[in-house]
Design a binder for this molecule. Sequence first.
Ligand SMILES: NC(=O)c1ccc[n+]([C@@H]2O[C@H](COP(=O)([O-])OP(=O)(O)OC[C@H]3O[C@@H](n4cnc5c(N)ncnc54)[C@H](OP(=O)(O)O)[C@@H]3O)[C@@H](O)[C@H]2O)c1
Length: 299
Amino acid sequence: MRRTAVLVGAGYLGRRLGRRLLGEGYAVRGMTRSPEHARELMALGVVPLLGDVTCPETLPPALEGATHVFHLLGAMRGEEAALRLLHVEGTGHVLAALPPGLSRYVYVSSTAVYGQTEGEWVDETAVCEPTSLIGRLRCEAEALILKAHREREVPAVILRSGSIYRPGSPVNAQIREGRYRVSTDPSKWMNHIYIEDFLGGLLVAAERGRAGEIYNLVDDEPHPGGTYFVALAEAMGVPAPPVTFTPPEEGCGALVRESNKRCANRKLKTQCGWSPAFPTCRDGIRHAAARGFTEAPLP
Ligand SMILES: NC(=O)c1ccc[n+]([C@@H]2O[C@H](COP(=O)([O-])OP(=O)(O)OC[C@H]3O[C@@H](n4cnc5c(N)ncnc54)[C@H](OP(=O)(O)O)[C@@H]3O)[C@@H](O)[C@H]2O)c1
């Protein structure tokens, strides 16, 4: 039987995943609220379906017959009520509408669920006590998913993605044009994943991820944020962006740093056989530079 993937979230990430899935032989459908986006999806070979995770009645027709559901949407900014509707209630609505016969429900969460502040290493067993709103909402969504797995055997796999970097990121253009300022603590650890490895990780999770499990999706080498911006500037041959961050009074570090941790990726490697093609941010930046820091057009 041909595998049918539904993209819940068919924007920048979803469309690129959709192209990969088509290449792997999946039939691919993408959910959208917009007729214009529906036309764009069709041009990519993705069958558009009108749906909105905040309108539960739209979901069963969109998800019907899916063997794989990839849930990759969310928002970083906005009012708390709207964010909760999208992240938490929206996830509940999707879980309620999953069709029988589903092989995998892959949910893209975030390393924001870890609230550690001392630069410690964290794996998937680490306590999740995020202070950020997004981290808390992601935790709530994850709890709904794990409950659905326990109580209804929903074949869910949760991926906690690090910060996704890519050739055409707006930050890259700002650095090149001298407009970028490092306003966060440059010594704070960052956990990155290059776009190609992010997409590969989703495919591996769908095919080899164990139901009911959570995996960090990050590269091999967490690094201080400052290092990353300097490496980007070097690769572009422009001056490093200025740091405008002012260190806090002694003892206030934890209040200023919403989180500061190094995320481990061993579980996804050992359980699923995943390994990043771009193990450090230097590798991804080199790849992005070779593409002139512009996105490859979607065919
Ligand atoms: N960790 C990271 O560094 C990182 C980086 C990038 C993204 N992300 C996460 O991944 C998500 C997707 O990223 P992206 O770059 O692909 O974002 P994007 O290009 O803005 O796409 C988001 C998609 O979500 C869909 N959507 C929004 N609200 C919806 C709703 N209520 N019901 C159904 N669909 C809805 C939109 O569809 P229509 O407008 O067509 O309806 C849009 O196509 C982000 O929101 C973020 O949570 C994380």
